[in-house]
Design a protein around this ligand. Structure first.
Ligand code: ITT
Length: 196
């Protein structure tokens, strides 16, 4: 079995990564959640924070480790909340973060935003980090119950509904996370080919 440690404490992310990775790499891959404490994410970019988390999981487990650092960047807010997306509101829950973003966007004309995801893969021999985006617009009210985080107010370009109205399989094929995992997949394939 090809085992990859996933350096996340977010169950939604883990589930989405599992669906996309299975589609990309086939069923012979096993994802296990990191058991280590979450490191301090003090990087200045999504890429730096993804590397911080993947390196910590690798140090802790000695096994190939994958991490996702992601968030939403809103043009009218100069890219905020960006890397601080999970800590946007004081409370820091998905519901409070979403409510604060809706409030800040009240009456704002420019609704453009993008989800960003950096994925880092760290092994004993190499480190790789990639980044991908999912552009769209922010709705004035939440719609849909699937997904997590800011999904209910994010309408991806080219789609009629919000990300929270997509099925798990649809989101796993389209999202910023799916795009970043698609870019990192060759590095995982190379690793497991050379390790076998
Ligand atoms: P880990 O660091 O343990 O992976 P986290 O939730 O703290 O978990 P991040 O620091 O990367 O992860 O913050 C990501 C936040 O960005 C997340 O909590 C959501 O608020 C938002 N976000 C990221 N991807 C999203 C998605 O696909 N849909 C909705 N919101 C998303």
């Amino acid at each position: 079995m090809k085992t990859v440690v996933v350096a996340t404490h977010n169950a939604h992310k883990l589930a989405e990564i599992a669906v996309t990775m299975k589609a990309l790499l086939g069923p012979g891959i096993e994802l296990v959640q990191t058991e280590g404490k979450a490191p301090i994410e003090d990087g200045a970019t999504f890429e730096e924070n993804a590397l911080i988390k993947a390196r910590a999981a690798f140090r802790n487990s000695g096994r190939p480790s994958l991490a996702d650092d992601s968030g939403i960047c809103v043009d009218a807010l100069d890219g905020a909340p960006g890397i601080l997306s999970s800590r946007f509101s004081e409370e820091g829950t998905d519901a409070a973060n979403l409510a604060l973003l809706l409030q800040k966007m009240k009456g704002v004309k420019d609704r453009s935003a993008k989800f960003v995801c950096a994925v880092a893969f760290v092994t004993k021999d190499a480190e790789r980090v990639v980044r991908a985006e999912w552009p769209g617009v922010l709705r004035a009210a939440a719609k849909g119950t699937n997904g997590f985080g800011y999904d209910p107010i994010f309408a991806p370009n080219g789609l009629t509904g919000t990300a929270a109205q997509l099925s798990a399989l649809e989101k796993a094929a389209l999202s910023h996370r799916a795009r970043a995992l698609g870019l990192i997949a060759p590095a995982l394939n190379r690793y497991f080919q050379s390790a076998s």
